[in-house]
Design a protein around this ligand. Structure first.
Ligand SMILES: Nc1ncnc2c1ncn2[C@@H]1O[C@H](COP(=O)(O)OP(=O)(O)OP(=O)(O)O)[C@@H](O)[C@H]1O
Length: 264
């Protein structure tokens, strides 16, 4: 049975993780152990927990990035997105990743122009119409709160942007293909406080359109940006609830110890 955060009954689960166990060594040991949780649509859900507890592994299961890791496999359970088992043989991982975009810890724009970075996903999907590409680039950069800063230098190298701008560009690149879900793996860890604040503001805005799952080491960031928080420890889901509840009145002592800095 999946764990649903309280008071989300009006929100439907977009991602259902059902009894998921995952191994990096062909099933000898499980890095994730019987995880069940339902992630609501159009909200921000944060994964927190001490280093090595499996947050990034679970995030990467959501768009099958772990398929690329030799000897890794799901040993129990399944993940459904919009009711579809994403590991079913008929599901193509490349297609899945069009719906489930990802933003990484270290911003990683391509060594190309700002325009080419944002239009990349659409172009490889076959879009050639210049007007449609121009519109998509502008819309995505506006959504990523970057348009005003770059509109006069769209054809300059993306590598000439500041770190915070490069991360927002990566977010623009992810949203250009209009995914349903955006996965963010510690998206602010390489940014200074001002750039972090901008990205956090952006995450909150994007949640009106996208479902966002974010891994973060920052308790204050999880409490600022997320609606739901899942706390993991040693590959197990310890507690999943509305963020206010997790940070205000957690049900489990382990959760309380972690968020108050007593371990981790
Ligand atoms: N590609 C991999 N191959 C083998 N083991 C891996 C791989 N990636 C992660 N692991 C192991 O899986 C466990 C969970 O790692 P994961 O990166 O998911 O944790 P995390 O909670 O995100 O940690 P952190 O907060 O430090 O990023 C760790 O023991 C890690 O060493």
């Amino acid at each position: 049975m999946s764990t649903t955060p309280e008071s989300t009954t009006e929100k439907s689960a977009l991602i259902e993780i059902d009894d998921l166990s995952f191994s990096y060594d062909n099933g000898k040991t499980n890095t994730l152990k019987n995880i069940s949780l339902d992630i609501p649509a159009q909200e921000v859900t944060a994964f927190i927990g001490p280093s090595g507890c499996g947050k990034s592994t679970l995030l990467r299961c959501l768009n099958r990035m772990n398929d690329l890791v030799d000897s890794s496999k799901i040993t129990t359970g399944e993940i459904r997105i919009l009711g579809q088992d994403i590991n079913a043989p008929k599901v193509d991982a490349i297609q899945l990743r069009k719906h489930v975009g990802m933003v990484f810890q270290k911003y990683n724009p391509f060594p190309k122009s700002i325009y080419d970075n944002v239009s990349y996903g659409l172009r490889i999907a076959g879009e050639k119409n210049k007007k449609r590409l121009d519109e998509a680039v502008e819309r995505s950069l506006r959504s990523a709160a970057l348009w005003e800063e770059v509109k006069d230098r769209l054809h300059s190298s993306a590598l000439g942007l500041s770190g915070g701008q490069q991360q927002r560009l990566c977010i623009a690149r992810a949203i250009a293909v209009q995914p349903k879900i955006i996965l963010m793996d510690e998206p602010c860890s390489a940014l200074d406080p001002i750039a972090t604040a901008k990205v956090e503001e952006l995450i909150t805005e994007l949640a009106s359109e996208f479902t966002i799952v974010i891994v973060t080491h920052s308790m204050s960031q999880a409490s600022r940006v997320s609606n739901n928080t899942a706390f993991f420890y040693l590959g197990e889901l310890i507690e999943f609830d509305r963020t206010q509840k997790i940070f205000g009145n957690p049900s489990k002592k382990q959760t309380e110890d972690y968020i108050t800095g007593r371990f981790g």
